[in-house]
Design a protein around this ligand. Sequence first.
Ligand SMILES: CSC[C@H]1O[C@@H](n2cnc3c(O)ncnc32)[C@H](O)[C@@H]1O
Ligand SMILES: [Zn+2]
Length: 439
Amino acid sequence: MSEAVDLLINARWIVPVEPRDAVLADHAVAIRGGRIVDLLGQDEARTRYVADEVVELPRHLLIPGLVNLHTHAAMSLLRGIADDLPLMRWLEEAIWPAESRHVSAAFVRDGTLLAAAEMIRGGITTCSDMYFHPEAAAEAFAAAGMRAVVGAVVLEFPTSYASDPEDYLRKGLAARDRWQGHPRLGFSIAPHAPYTVSDDSFHQVQTLADELGLPIHVHIHETAQEIADSLAVHGCRPLARLARLGVLGSNLIGVHAVHLDEADIELLARHGCSVAHCPTSNMKLASGIAPVPRLLAAGVPVGLGTDGAASNNRLDLLQEMRHAALLAKVGSLDATAVPAHAALRMATLGGARALGMDDRIGSIEKGKCADLCALDLSAPQCRPCFDPVSHLVYVCGRENVSHVWIDGETRVDKGVSLLHINDTELLRLVSMWQTKLGN
Ligand SMILES: CSC[C@H]1O[C@@H](n2cnc3c(O)ncnc32)[C@H](O)[C@@H]1O
Ligand SMILES: [Zn+2]
């Protein structure tokens, strides 16, 4: 007697990520009610399941949906506005002035829609966002059908969005209340960075995050200047300051974590913190090379992030995997550092663990959400194929992404996006913003 399922996906290769390094040839995934109910050989699947829909992927690799652990989605509207500058000049001379002139709820909603369209098309099914107007970002992610952890941002200084840290928190948490119970949306508290948030505000962030069970999402140890300034102002390095304030814990996601000494790594490991590694942003802003092999060896969960489109300038985790693998080798002068399977693990289960969502996403396992991404490996550059994960990290680009499912619903089908917003409408909104930004 066959069992009924909604969808059966037959793929040439499936890389479930858990168990580590497994590559399953000619396997199938059975999906019911948006969840993975089985992962098994195709012959067995044909006898065990009868599906409403069967998708054949005879030349494809199926992987878990990618998790973008750090982005500022709405900054897609600021893509290319200022390139080739170091972080603080980029922020102070270009980005913060542009944000103060243009950022509004409408800007964030439209920019986030544009980013969600780009990310989903490139196989990203979950992102962890940090930006102004989280209520508008949440609305856009929900409309796009993307899974997201939206950051309730906190800054010490006033902006057009909020007047002081209490105001930022009140507004961010009101957005969280509004979306409570949504199947794909969650919230974090997102203090921008140690150099823009006071001790008192960090205390408040920590208290609220504990009380509400939320992740803390914060830029940390991004540049050498940040460390030097912290030593001058606070008499200690930023991570030591956060440890002293009681902010470090297993809910903390430290973004960038480039400039780390052994004591910093020990602090992260001891407190169970995670790191969002953003290799492209770190290269483009010339921030440095994060010590990813040392973090992994110390047991720190590491996920991958794109950062915003104004410092990357792509929201493309295929590129981040490649850059993470290559940069780790250059940084350690060790060609065995961050092999392809480790890069994929960071881009999926690593990000899911950091967000405390590894019981639901990050690998292809029974009971998890059917967030999946297929890549077509039939092109000449993908032949021969001895290890599809090698091609995934070292050959493929996001143009190889052929199918994407979120909660078992098709978002990309044979390379075509099936989003609720069509490309023409999206491009109309973007050109309106380009006109405004140009003035
Ligand atoms: C308050 S919302 C987020 C805030 O962060 C700025 N930002 C973008 N990229 C970076 C980065 O790499 N380091 C620090 N801050 C960054 C963004 O422009 C927003 O103002
Ligand atoms: Zn950032």
